[in-house]
Design a protein around this ligand. Structure first.
Ligand SMILES: [Mn+2]
Length: 373
């Protein structure tokens, strides 16, 4: 029998809302995940990508990772890893996590499917890894999955690690594959990319998005409030898999308030009185609809203690912009600003490439418009 911890999307170094304390939060929830695995005395760790928030992480983020990997190294535990979309270097550069190979960090599948047979507790396990495939690489993905499926057939115990958007766990436009395209011969499909956790145990193979260890955006609030953040403890033995979620306690409580002027304080109070898994001040993003005495709202919110309030956003402002005709697309806003279709298209392209951290494309677009080589 072998046991391992599946974690994902730890985004070390992410400094949400430009707050130092949010950067600390990400280190803490990551460390709790690592300590959970050590306390459970798992045989090995599986991380399914977006280890760091960017492919070129800060020294601090790398040092936090190093400290955790030293703990694993001392206990003789290996971490198997694939790259997420945030980890893949945009230029010809080394992958940040590979610097820590001397501590037993094993990066798999950077150029496509990679297989390795590991042995724990007397059981052979086929471990296949394929790092995130997007852009041009995306076209080869289903073919790689088919190849993987053939490889897995003769093995009793097998795990596939992959970092992709799978429909229906994300909206179809954001997915590279449909769940029917996933390999069927593996025993456990360890996935990363979707930050809400999903664990499907009533079908074969067992499928899971371990989910992120902390919230990267308010989109994750709904699932977080219901289920919390978690890692998976997985047991694989003689061709059967048992997986369970272990909830993390250190993740800072986050919630959203979307109320009118008459109710927002009550709604904030309600959230603050809720039971939490740690003593960190909760972080609440506040939106207030309709007419409001803004000065009074800001005063009341500033007077609150033991809570971090983000906002308030006064929804009325946003509505008046949205209500304008033909302002439904980002492009319309650029057009309204530049009054020039070419500039608007360029601005949107640059915006999108920067958003995807693809600065190479941004520079290329700017060079083209400026007509410089
Ligand atoms: Mn991620």
């Amino acid at each position: 029998m072998a046991r391992f911890l599946h974690l994902s999307d730890t985004h070390l170094g992410y400094r949400q809302y430009m707050m130092d304390l949010r950067e600390e939060d990400f280190y803490e929830s990551f460390n709790e995940a690592i300590d959970t695995g050590l306390e459970e005395n798992v045989d090995f760790f599986v991380h399914t990508g977006d280890l760091f928030d960017t492919w070129s992480p800060s020294n601090r983020a790398m040092n936090e990772f190093k400290k955790a990997m030293i703990k694993l190294y001392k206990k003789n535990k290996v971490m198997y890893l694939i790259m997420g979309d945030h980890d893949r270097p945009k230029r010809t550069d080394e992958v940040a996590s590979r610097i820590f190979d001397f501590l037993g960090v094993k990066l798999l599948g950077t150029e496509g499917l990679q297989n390795t047979v590991i042995n724990y507790g007397g059981e052979d396990i086929l471990l296949s890894g394929i790092s995130n495939m997007k852009g041009l690489r995306k076209n080869g993905l289903i073919e790689q999955y088919r190849k993987a499926d053939v490889e897995a057939r003769p093995y009793k115990n097998s795990i596939l690690m992959s970092h992709q958007g799978v429909s229906p766990y994300l909206i179809a436009e954001a997915c590279e594959v449909d769940s029917k395209d996933l390999p069927v011969n593996y025993k456990y499909l360890a996935f990363g990319h979707v930050h809400d956790s999903h664990l499907v145990t009533d079908r074969y193979p067992v499928f899971s998005y371990a989910g992120s260890t902390d919230l990267n955006s308010t989109n994750e609030v709904k699932n977080f409030v219901k289920n919390g953040k978690s890692v998976n403890l997985v047991e694989i033995h003689n061709g059967t898999v048992e997986a369970q979620r272990i909830r993390l306690k250190s993740t800072r409580y986050q919630d959203t308030v979307s109320s009118d002027y008459g109710n927002y304080m009550q709604d904030i109070d309600k959230i603050m009185s809720r039971e939490r898994t740690n003593r960190k001040d909760p972080l609440i993003s506040v939106t207030i609809h309709g007419d409001a005495n803004r000065e009074e709202v800001k005063m009341k919110i500033n007077a609150l203690r033991d809570v971090i309030i983000r906002g308030p956003v006064f929804e009325k402002e946003v509505k008046t912009v949205e209500a304008r005709p033909n302002m439904s697309k980002l492009q319309d806003y650029f057009m309204a600003y530049f009054h020039d279709a070419n500039m608007a298209i360029l601005a949107e392209n640059i915006f999108n490439s920067i958003k995807n951290e693809d600065s190479e494309t941004s520079y290329r677009l700017i060079r083209e418009i400026m007509k410089v080589e």
